[in-house]
Ligand binder design. Structure first.
Ligand SMILES: NC(=O)c1ccc[n+]([C@@H]2O[C@H](COP(=O)([O-])OP(=O)(O)OC[C@H]3O[C@@H](n4cnc5c(N)ncnc54)[C@H](OP(=O)(O)O)[C@@H]3O)[C@@H](O)[C@H]2O)c1
Length: 297
């Protein structure tokens, strides 16, 4: 039995869709009750901040998919890291109590030696709590995921589509290695069958590295629209997140913390995923084409 957390979110929702086509039993942890019409899929109501609900949810479970973050949750915005710490501590404790064999997690890429943003240092802490839990794990780390509904991608899309002149602040030269959503879902869904991925962490991305300015330029090119890019010194964090929080479909708190993270490079360490999974990651240009054809995967 698999326990899927975050099933109502971007990643968890697509993982659920993919798991629904396999012959596996999936129990989804949700905060609001849902009725399932698929005999392989069930729902359990609970909250990662409520330890007792997690003990019930993990009963009889072998593998937990952990796709939770608290950036959009809190009333006192800057305290999301405290909630994320509590949530993963509860989950690890519940998994130990019920003998869960493996936790599969998706997080952000962090490059060594950099002072991490609030969002990325909290992501890193959750990852480290899983790695030191004593429970087997597989952790994938991604930067911007190219897919409809992905927070970072929706912000990119909003900025490029809405502004004929795009201000490039002092994060313009930060490096990023995006990854196509279809590839992410394939890694996540197939990894329980790949023994080599046990107790491993992988940075996932396409083979090209862009600066954020280059990424916006390439995206505009792929959309067939002309954009002018103007460097403006400073970070302009508050104003840019205010504007993009209003215009994009992404939760305004999430926009704020993702924009703060633009100062951190997100470039992949090499790995042997191609050998294990047997596919070459989709390029950024190809990802945009696939989205245009309305194939999120
Ligand atoms: N999206 C990206 O581009 C990206 C990139 C790199 C890494 N990641 C990682 O992928 C993971 C999932 O991100 P996402 O983009 O799928 O996030 P998301 O769309 O915001 O979904 C978050 C999920 O967490 C659930 N949740 C929040 N608080 C909860 C609580 N207290 N109890 C139970 N469930 C709770 C939400 O449920 P409700 O519906 O009840 O709110 C929702 O299903 C995160 O670890 C993130 O760091 C994402």
């Amino acid at each position: 039995m698999i326990l899927l957390t975050g099933a109502t979110g971007f990643i968890g929702g697509l993982v659920l869709e993919a798991l629904s086509t396999k012959n596996v039993q999936v129990r989804c942890l949700v905060r609001k009750p849902v009725i399932s019409s698929n005999p392989n899929i069930s729902y359990v109501t609970g909250d990662v901040l409520d330890q007792d609900s997690l003990v019930k949810a993990t009963e009889g479970v072998d593998t937990v998919y952990y796709f939770i973050h608290m950036m959009g949750e809190q009333k006192e915005q800057e305290k999301f890291d405290i909630l994320d710490r509590k949530a993963i501590t509860n989950m690890v404790n519940a998994c130990k109590e019920n003998g869960v064999k493996r936790i599969i997690h998706l997080t952000g890429i962090t490059n060594p030696g950099e002072k991490l943003s609030h969002h990325l240092s909290s992501r890193k802490e959750v990852e480290e709590r899983i790695r030191s839990s004593g429970i087997a794990y597989t952790i994938f780390r991604a930067s911007m995921i190219i897919g409809r509904g992905g927070g970072a991608f929706e912000i990119l899309d909003t900025a490029v589509r809405n502004f004929p002149v795009i201000p490039v602040f002092n994060w313009g030269n930060t490096h990023v290695q995006p990854v196509y959503i279809g590839d992410v879902i394939q890694y996540l869904v197939e990894c329980p069958d790949k023994k080599e991925t046990l107790n491993k962490c992988y940075d996932i991305g396409c083979s090209e590295v862009y600066t954020y300015k280059e990424l916006m330029q390439e995206y505009a090119r792929q959309l067939g629209i002309k954009r002018i890019f103007v460097y403006i010194p400073g970070s302009w964090h508050r104003i840019s997140s205010f504007v993009l929080g209003k215009l994009s479909p992404v939760n305004a708190n999430v926009v704020y913390w993702l924009i703060e993270s633009l100062h951190n490079n997100m470039v992949c360490e090499p790995n042997d995923l191609k050998k294990i999974f047997g596919f070459e990651p989709t390029s950024f240009k190809e990802s945009i084409k696939k989205l245009a054809e309305n194939k999120n995967q």
